[in-house]
Design a protein around this ligand. Structure first.
Ligand code: GUN
Ligand code: ZN
Length: 430
């Protein structure tokens, strides 16, 4: 007989999308249960009902802590772990001054493995159970990331970052080598255990048309892979793209011309979009990834969450470490709240939590596997202590509703709020 584990605590499950279906779509159970067998969620309900129905289950009672699907980071750069929070630059200078010198170090597999280990230590400590990462041009950087994720049993996404111009010579590949290396890495890692390959042109300024087209061709050969890149993050970047691609209708068109658009395409940032780009993104089934701590840190701009959601875009949430200034998806939700406030819209805690779990899962085309507290889903979970610091505890003690109780943790919480993290049902904190 398989071992059954019953987790008890407050639970929050989404039966729909709170942006479109309303906040009532969030189902809160003050004394809920999650039954886990063989790494999968097999039942949810009240703690009492599940205890009665499964008396043989081994019980972990988290008391008042809140059990959620693990956080899903839809865009990050694990090689930027060691240079996060570097001072004083905007995107292009920041890449040249801080990012490229650090990424050059990843030709050394020993260094790449050490940073991958640190990265997953930090993301797990922050309750993030799935990460979607850029790497560097070095295949060894992809191997280091996937090997570390595999050893921890994680569902993780990444791909070799391809650049064949406008970067230091030691950090460039070619159209052909980007195609060949990426293809070999797809064969080596995609679909192995819980790993997914994302074909990864860094962004149009660092790829020639030939490289973008080669990666478009590779994606056409492997349509079940994801494709990730950057789009319309800063105004100077957009002007640069206009100079480099005078024939393109707009920034998105540089990807479109290469076949790099469609379901499974992940466009990081997507702040300064034209009407045509918005219409085309929606029509193509691509996903947009909001990176709020990065957008404020590098000074990029204010993502139009409300307008983009209203027009039916698919949107995920992400840290964008190390352009983003935090490994924490709690801090990222707080930043998304602040950015939306600056545009005149207060995101509800249900919307923020949904974005960091189900929303990101949907953006990654993984919402039949992760991001839901429902039977049939992989048991990747985070358990939040809603009173993890004196400041949060005194505020939460005065809360009348779950939303009032959880919002102080969203706004002020960090890794101290992570009481437990479970990967396929197994606790990572023991
Ligand atoms: N655009 C191209 N590369 C990067 C990167 O590494 N970080 C961010 N934030 N934007 C980018
Ligand atoms: Zn990025």
């Amino acid at each position: 007989m398989t071992q059954k584990t019953l987790l008890i605590g407050q639970t929050l499950a989404f039966t729909g999308d709170p942006f479109h279906d309303g906040i009532e779509t969030a189902r809160h159970d003050a004394r809920g249960g999650i039954l886990i067998e063989n790494g999968m969620i097999t039942a949810t309900g009240t703690a009492d009902d599940l205890r009665r129905a499964h008396p043989e289950a081994q019980i972990t009672d988290y008391g008042n802590s809140l059990i959620l699907p693990g956080f899903i980071d839809a865009h990050a750069h694990y090689p930027q772990t060691a240079m996060i929070a570097s001072w004083g630059k905007r995107l292009i200078d920041w890449l040249n001054r801080y990012t490229f010198p650090e990424e050059m170090k990843f030709g050394d597999p020993v260094y790449a493995s050490a940073i991958a280990k640190t990265y997953f230590d930090l993301t797990l400590a922050n309750g993030t159970t799935t990460t979607t990462s850029f790497t560097t041009i070095h295949p060894a950087s992809v191997d280091a990331y996937f090997a570390e994720a595999k050893s921890r049993g994680l569902r993780a996404i990444a791909g070799k970052t391809c650049m064949d111009r406008n970067a230091p010579a030691d950090l460039t590949d070619t159209a052909q080598s980007a195609y060949d290396d990426s293809k070999a890495l797809v064969g080596k890692w995609h679909g192995q255990d819980r790993l997914i390959y994302a074909i990864t042109p860094r962004f149009s300024p660092t790829s020639t048309r030939e490289q973008l087209a080669a990666l478009g061709a590779l994606w056409a050969e492997h349509p079940d892979c994801l494709m990730q890149t950057h789009l319309s993050e800063q105004t100077e970047e957009i002007a640069w793209v206009r100079d480099l691609f005078p024939e393109a209708r707009d920034y998105l068109d540089t990807y479109e011309a290469a076949g790099l658009i469609g379901p499974g395409a992940l466009f990081g940032h997507a702040i300064h979009l034209t009407d045509r780009e918005r219409a085309r993104l929606k029509e193509s089934g691509a996903s947009l990834v909001h990176c709020p701590t990065s957008n404020t840190f590098i000074g990029s701009g204010l993502f139009d969450m409300d307008g983009l959601m209203a027009e039916g875009q698919t949107i995920g949430l992400a840290t964008d470490t190390g352009g983003g200034s935090s490994f924490s998806m709690l801090r990222t939700m707080a930043s998304a709240y602040e950015v939306a406030q600056l545009r005149g819209r207060a995101l509800h805690p249900a919307e923020l939590l949904w974005l960091a779990t189900t929303g990101s899962a949907r953006a990654l085309r993984l919402d039949t596997k992760i991001g839901h507290l429902s039977p049939g889903y992989e048991a990747d979970l985070v358990v939040l202590d809603l009173a993890s610091t004196p400041a949060i505890a005194q505020r939460a003690a005065r809360a009348d509703t779950l939303w009032e109780a959880v919002f102080p943790t969203i706004m002020m919480g960090d890794d101290r709020a992570i009481r437990d993290v479970r990967i396929m049902g197994q606790s990572m904190t023991k």
